[in-house]
Design a protein around this ligand. Structure first.
Ligand code: GSH
Length: 222
């Protein structure tokens, strides 16, 4: 059975992507939790991860003596292992487009990702309002996300695919920071939120109650 190592469900956007793919497509796996800390070299997170992956980050997938890390590589590995599940769209052109937008998320949207770290349980709407006014780069990132979503055919490419999993944490961010988006984007966001696997992840994130200061630029524990 495949073993997936993931971080805190409230904070770990990359873990969420890999987990959603496995869960939504009903692939056999066991989930192992590695709690976030301040990611210092001698902290428990890096100590545990060092036994699994030289990159020292989650998610990591272990299968048949093989460790696969980095979410895009995990996604491609799963797509190859389970071709009958159609993790990518079946149409060649759609598949190329889906890979393109997933890669764009993997390597881009830096302002959105750094200014609005995922925090599913938090209401950061006041912070979001300020960030929106102050950061043109954030507005540009969200505009680009909305452009991608505006071409959605239900999910981005018909049925739910790896591409949607890559944008699910963006839905979480837009909700927590309540950034202003169009009606069309809200429809896509609703669709993602209602997916059983997404619901399950969100519920677990809200039940987690593990406050990690290093992941909280806008809140203090008290
Ligand atoms: N490019 C990696 C990024 C993984 C990543 O940054 N994971 C975060 C958690 S969401 C992490 O493990 N951070 C620990 C660190 O930065 O030391 C991927 O796609 O999986």
């Amino acid at each position: 059975m495949m073993q997936l190592y993931t971080g805190n469900k409230n904070y770990s956007s990359w873990s969420m992507r890999a987990w959603l793919i496995l869960k939504h497509f009903d692939l056999p796996f066991q989930d192992h939790f590695v709690a976030f800390d301040d990611f210092s070299a001698d902290g428990q997170f890096k100590q545990q991860l060092s036994k699994l992956s030289p990159a020292g980050k989650v998610p990591v997938l272990l299968h048949d003596q093989l460790a696969v890390w980095d979410t895009l590589a995990i996604a491609e590995y799963l797509a190859e292992q389970f071709p009958e599940k159609h993790l990518w769209p079946q149409d060649r052109l759609q598949r190329a487009r889906a890979r393109t937008v997933a890669a764009e998320m993997h390597s881009g949207f830096m302002q959105l990702r750094s200014l609005c770290p995922m925090n599913i349980e938090a209401d950061l709407s006041a912070v979001g309002q300020q960030l929106w006014q102050q950061h043109a780069g954030l507005r540009q990132d969200v505009q680009r996300v909305e452009q991608i979503w505006s071409e959605a055919e239900g999910f981005l490419f018909g049925d739910f695919s790896i591409a949607d999993a890559f944008y699910a944490p963006v839905v979480m961010r837009l909700m927590s920071y309540r950034l202003p988006v169009t009606e069309l984007s809200q429809q896509y966001m609703q669709k993602i939120q209602h997916l059983p696997a997404v619901r399950q992840w969100m519920d677990a994130a809200k039940r987690e109650h593990l406050f990690v200061q290093a992941d909280e630029p806008y809140r203090t524990s008290s």
